[in-house]
Write a protein that binds this ligand. Structure first.
Ligand code: SF4
Ligand code: SF4
Length: 563
């Protein structure tokens, strides 16, 4: 059995006009290689990759041109072979109209790949698997572009109950997942099996909205083949009710498993991880074929003669894609994404990036300007349709009044910007714009605070270092002065010693001279007394001396005599 038996409901949701048929009539076409590719280095959530190439360098298709930087970041690659014409700031596919660092490549037409080889993830260490996927540049292709290597880490629990594949694709106009599932279902499931093994997950649940019958049928056939070969029913395909935003990760998890992931919690806390079907396809290409993420499927729809899906090299200018679909003359805007959550582009020259699931061409006729904004009447309609169980009008008041702390208290960051609240608001308040403004202000303030904290830390460190340097300098001066004093003292001691020595020598000389004189005198006297005496005279002298000694002895007072 490859069909899930029981489904659940999520709160809220709306049913906008889907407008999906126009782009599903034709199979996926490969978009031609443009004359110039502009590949932004920053194409995922997280740190900006560092450029690895220089102007003038030749690059091969799939060569890494930007390396991941930081704990959350993902590499970028050359989409074809050619020459790097510049590494410079270029306009980004973002409403802000800001520029960012891009690698500009002139294709050489040879489309020459780097050597490719499969990655044996089964014999690799967990850290090696994560490094490989990070360097292969695989990110979530549902639009969030969160680096997949982080989500593919089973974490502490080392196992998950359920891997959810998101094929709901609930946003109007967008059909890139639909056609991918129709045409490449088996490959998507091969990717899903790799992810299931990496996550040590039990079952795989695939949720597809019931307005995509061909995709559901193709995925069921592919799932049946895998289940049949394995002799189980681990892969199950579910046709879920078409209700915007069923494709939100929390909403789809709720529908498929009944699990309500609360505010501030992650689905993995409940044993579930969710990936887009396009991401599963990219994982297969990276692991089994050794091909990094260099292209993706993009829907071109809206105010065009022939809407269609294309396999597009990342870095291809949007206007090249639009030109393939005969844009109508009254076209006046380009939106990346769908009408509910999409971002208006500054112009059509911006490149296709990993987040580009749809290039929607607009006109005043297709998307008429909204009526003038009116005051909130507190009708509560917005709260009824909010799939994240928020109070949109409260968030609106706090965002508008710039009471950002309160907006955060009311879970502003749980808002998925689905636009359901604005869609139903009778006062035509562009509610999501207010939430985006509040979020960007909070991020900016946090960034400012972080920068200020870092600057303060740098300043304090500088003061500390200067103080240390002062102390070291003073210690050096003191040591030098001490050395000088010691040297002077030693010199003085040497001088004193030498004077003393001189005096001593002089004394010694005097004594020696006196002794010499005495010896000479003795020599001179003694021979006169003794040398001319006869032995008899000598004996007589001795006798006299003895007699004298006897008399001297007798003259001494005796010890026992009392006075
Ligand atoms: S739907 Fe609009 S008018 Fe009604 S409460 Fe919400 S913001 Fe206010
Ligand atoms: S945009 Fe945010 S507040 Fe509005 S309905 Fe969606 S999740 Fe709720």
């Amino acid at each position: 059995m490859s069909t899930l038996q029981r489904l659940f409901k999520f709160n809220g949701g709306v049913k906008p006009a889907y407008n999906k048929e126009a782009s599903t009539g034709l199979p996926i076409a490969v978009a031609p290689t443009p004359t110039l590719l502009v590949i932004p280095l920053h194409q995922s959530i997280g740190g900006m990759p560092r450029p690895l190439v220089k102007t003038g360098e030749r690059v091969l298709k799939g060569q890494r041109i930007g390396s991941a930087d930081g704990n959350v970041s993902s590499a970028v690659h050359a989409s074809t072979s050619g020459t790097v014409m510049a590494v410079e700031m270029r306009l980004m596919p973002h409403t802000s109209g800001l520029s960012a660092l891009c690698v500009v490549i002139e294709p050489d037409g040879r489309d020459e790949w780097i050597p490719r080889q499969p990655f044996d993830f089964r014999s690799a260490l967990p850290a090696q698997i994560l490094d490989y996927l990070r360097d292969a540049g695989v990110v979530g292709l549902g639009g969030a572009v969160f680096p997949s290597y982080i989500k593919l880490n089973p974490g502490q629990q080392r196992k998950l109950d359920t891997l959810v594949l998101n094929g709901a694709e609930c946003e109007p106009f967008i059909t890139c997942d639909d056609v991918l599932m129709r045409e490449r279902a088996a490959t998507i499931l091969k990717g899903a099996l790799i992810m299931r093994e990496m996550l040590n997950a039990g079952r795989v649940l695939i949720g597809i909205e019931d307005n995509k019958p061909e995709a559901i049928a193709a995925m069921k056939v592919a799932a049946q083949a895998i289940n049949g070969a394995a002799g189980d029913s681990a892969i199950q395909v579910a046709s879920v009710p078409t209700l915007y935003p069923a494709g939100g990760a929390k909403q789809l998890i709720r529908v498929l498993t009944g699990i309500e992931v609360p505010h501030g919690k992650r689905s993995t806390d409940y044993g579930v991880q969710c990936f887009n079907v396009g991401t599963a396809y990219a994982i297969f290409e990276a692991v089994t074929l050794g091909q990094p993420l260099i292209s993706r499927i993009v829907t071109v729809a809206g105010n065009v003669g022939q809407a269609r899906n294309f396999e597009v090299l990342l870095g291809t200018p949007m206007r090249d894609l639009i030109a393939l679909c005969s844009p109508l003359p009254d076209s006046d805007r380009v939106v990346m994404g769908g009408p509910m959550m999409g971002l208006r582009m500054p112009d059509d020259s911006v490149p296709v990036v990993k987040a580009t699931n749809c290039v929607l061409v607009g006109s005043k006729a297709l998307f008429p300007p909204p009526p003038a904004e009116m005051p909130c009447i507190r009708c509560g309609d917005c709260a009824k349709v909010c799939p994240a169980d928020l109070q949109p009008f409260e968030l609106y008041w706090f965002s508008r009044a710039k009471v950002f702390g309160k907006a955060q208290e009311y879970s502003l960051f749980d808002c998925i910007e689905c636009g359901c609240c604005a869609y139903v608001c009778p006062s035509h308040i562009p509610l999501v714009d207010y939430y985006r403004f509040a979020k960007s202000e909070i991020w900016a303030r946090e960034l400012e605070k972080k920068s200020a904290d870092e600057a303060r830390e740098r300043y304090e460190f500088r003061l500390l270092r200067e103080e240390q340097e002062k102390q070291e300098h003073a210690a050096k001066l003191a040591a030098k002065a001490a050395a000088r004093r010691a040297k002077a003292a030693a010199a003085a001691a040497d001088a004193t010693k030498s004077v003393a020595n001189t005096e001593q020598e002089a004394k010694k000389a005097l004594i020696a001279a006196a002794l010499e004189r005495a010896r000479e005198q003795k020599v001179q006297v003694q021979p006169e007394n003794t040398r001319n005496l006869t032995p008899e005279q000598e004996a007589e002298v001795a006798a006299i001396e003895a007699r004298r000694a006897e008399i001297r002895e007798m003259a001494k007072p005796h010890l026992w005599q009392d006075d």
